[in-house]
Design a protein around this ligand. Structure first.
Ligand code: 1DF
Ligand code: MN
Length: 350
């Protein structure tokens, strides 16, 4: 087994692109929301568990989420991670009111960018916003990129059961496109009107519900014409593209069949025609949570090796063995370097 050293001794740097943090103030705000009751069932299932359970896994994760210093760096060193691209953990500020969410996004962005300035060769920041704050969310993206040096925007999927294709969230998309930063569309638990059968079977979280809901969110952006309205917008999705590469053939066939038959009057033909063209030109995919060579190679084959990036999903899923598994993939060094290093350097302008 090779030693997990940082510094590119294996021919590439390892840049992990979907890594999470949580300021203590946000956890405090979650505690208050939970105590007040009347929260979304997905929020209760997810944060009710992480905040209250005394099991080893949630306590390990919560200690690490709140650290942006020595503890995180030691965990990175032990896993051979040169750089983390860090975003506010799900569901971020999107479960709060627009006003509270906006204020906490500012706090989170100030805190994260301070750590990035302290460790400029180890940390890169993604800006949090409350898209339901409208124009203010757009202004915060502009501030986070131009003043704080952040390199992307993280959106933790739905906003109180609403989706980014809704014109009310236009300021967020417009600012991301104008500032030329990608949106990392990260999962959270499905909204109330989607989650019931998943809650009944324990499938609502990262095991499945996250991916179903976020994959649908990404597809909504495509079929509702977001990329025809914002053609330069780039969206990153984790967990091997939330399974969308595997769906691509059927998505193209059924989407075009539906368009030809004018089945839904609100669905119009797309400029790039096929759903898959948007996946190939407006999306990047990371392997967060999926240290699995066949899935990574399949995505490289159907989306392109310039669009598949490495992610660990620290601290939610961070066994060091996964790094070794990926180092040992049967793949040309040139391709592996794109996966671990140079695609991320290009996408996040490092
Ligand atoms: C979990 C996984 C939670 C991921 C996350 O945020 C998260 C989990 C609250 O395992 O409960 O980001 N993840 O991306 O895999
Ligand atoms: Mn994650």
């Amino acid at each position: 087994m090779t030693e997990l050293k940082t510094g590119g001794s294996q021919g590439y740097l390892r840049i992990a692109t979907e890594e999470a943090f949580a300021p203590p103030e946000m956890i405090e705000a979650y505690r208050k929301l939970l105590a007040a009751g009347d929260v979304d069932p997905g929020f209760y299932s997810l944060m009710g568990f992480y905040i209250n359970s005394q099991a080893e896994r949630p306590r390990f994760i919560f200690d690490r989420l709140q650290d942006l210093g020595e503890l995180r760096l030691a965990d990175m060193d032990a896993r051979g991670i040169d750089r983390q691209v860090i975003g506010l953990t799900a569901p971020g500020t999107q479960v709060m009111t627009a006003e509270d969410g906006h204020a906490l996004s500012i706090l989170a962005n100030d805190r994260l960018s301070e750590a990035c300035r302290k460790y400029p060769d180890r940390f890169t920041g993604m800006a949090a916003v409350a898209p339901h704050a409208g124009e203010k969310a757009g202004q915060e993206i502009e501030r986070a990129v131009s003043k704080l040096g952040m390199k992307a925007v993280v959106i933790n999927s739905h906003i109180h059961g609403e989706y980014l294709d809704d014109p009310k969230f236009g300021a967020t998309l417009e600012a991301a496109e104008a500032m030329d930063v990608p949106i990392y569309l990260h999962p959270q638990t499905p909204p109330a009107d989607m989650i019931r059968p998943m809650l009944e079977s324990g499938l609502d979280g990262a095991i499945f519900g996250f991916g179903v809901e976020t994959g649908m969110h990404a597809l909504r952006l495509i079929v509702k014409g977001v990329f025809d309205r914002y053609p330069k917008l780039q969206v990153i999705i984790g967990h091997m593209g939330e399974a969308l590469p595997y769906w691509m053939y059927r998505l193209d066939f059924m989407h075009q069949a539906g368009i030809r038959a004018a089945r839904y009057d609100f669905l119009k033909p797309l400029k790039k025609e096929k759903v898959s063209n948007y996946l190939k030109e407006n999306f990047y995919i990371t392997n967060s949570g999926v240290a699995w060579e066949p899935a990574i190679k399949f995505a490289q084959q159907v989306i392109g090796e310039d669009r598949v990036l490495y992610a660990m999903d620290f601290p939610y899923q961070c066994p060091p063995e996964e790094v070794t598994i990926l180092d040992n993939m049967d793949m040309p060094l040139e391709t592996k370097k794109k996966f671990f290093q140079t695609n991320a350097e290009r996408v996040f302008k490092l």
